[in-house]
Write a protein that binds this ligand. Sequence first.
Ligand code: SF4
Ligand code: SF4
Length: 385
Amino acid sequence: MEVLSPYKEAADVIFEAGGEPLKLCYQCGLCTSICPWNLVRNFLVRRIMHEAQLGATDFGSEDVWTCVTCRACVQHCPRGVEIIDVMRAVRRAVASLGIGIVPDALRISAKNIAGVGNPLGEAPEKRNDWAKDLQVKDFASGTELLYFPCCIPSYDPDAKMVARSTVAIFNKLGIDYGIIGTEAKCCGEAIRKAGHEETFLSLAQNNIGLFNSSGVKTVIVSSPHCYHTFKDEYPELGGKFEVIHITQYLASLIDEGKLKLSKKIDKKVIYSDPCYLGRHHDIYDEPRKILQSIPGLELIEFPDARENGLCCGGGGGRIWMDTPKGERFSDIRVDQAVDKGAETIALACPYCLLNYRDSVLSMGKAETVQIRDITELVAEAMTEE
Ligand code: SF4
Ligand code: SF4
């Protein structure tokens, strides 16, 4: 098929991102059958791969923005096609080459991130306001750990509880940690998946420069998205620090006998695996170990837990886009949790927190099932009776 510029350039961008494995796609269609979108509407992943092979992508289609980068298809593709990289490259072609249309909500978040360094459009100098009334040190060279909460717990009024619970745990245990200055910016994971490569590189360079010059050796993160990008993407850009997700850290403290949970939480709790902890990084056991260490807590599982867990719908920049009622994965999850008799849905990702919070509110189920981050449960279980 003859491909004309700028579509030729876009086709090259996509092919480079998909690389040799994209050539190997033999159109088996397994990706389409596995993709969770097909629970709620048609989304032909196989066709997107085929069009990418031919250089015939339909850049005007809403399918360009649909993938939540959950990785369910990648882990099953028999030919090793990095399907998420192809999706990202298609978006990159739209965002950087001006072909097709970027959804309004995504355009606003991208503008906020590029302008003030966070997707909410909040003032950079307010990034650390969540810690104002708490005993939290500024990170200085020689401090053992940097705690980096992510933009959502830094600014969102409900999600601040994630950061506040985390430092409450650290303070109680006498952990040597600090938080970095307000020059820090969004990690850039989601905006990169949404195709804004230049913005990502600028955010990464800012954060890497700040962390390296401050003497950061180890970062503890609340967000699996920060975890992913700090761990897998920053090193090739000069990042030189170890990255630990808070669930890994708390599980290790339990193993070492340093974190003891004594207050009972008599609840049936179901844990939702975030895609960027589970499928992207194989972290399934640590969150469960923490929950099982809380006295009185009964841990139950979704029918499709762990490797097969349903995404909340917030990855790949979808957290900033409108998803119509009837197509929200977190609504499906809330119904599943209620059917299983769960009283609490435990989470370990700020994007999951936003989506589940919106679901229980819009479904009128906020009284039936609570949405809580694992750190909130741990902080509560550390409290003396
Ligand atoms: S599962 Fe892999 S080989 Fe099969 S259609 Fe999808 S991308 Fe191609
Ligand atoms: S990463 Fe997830 S949402 Fe995206 S195409 Fe694959 S299965 Fe579908």
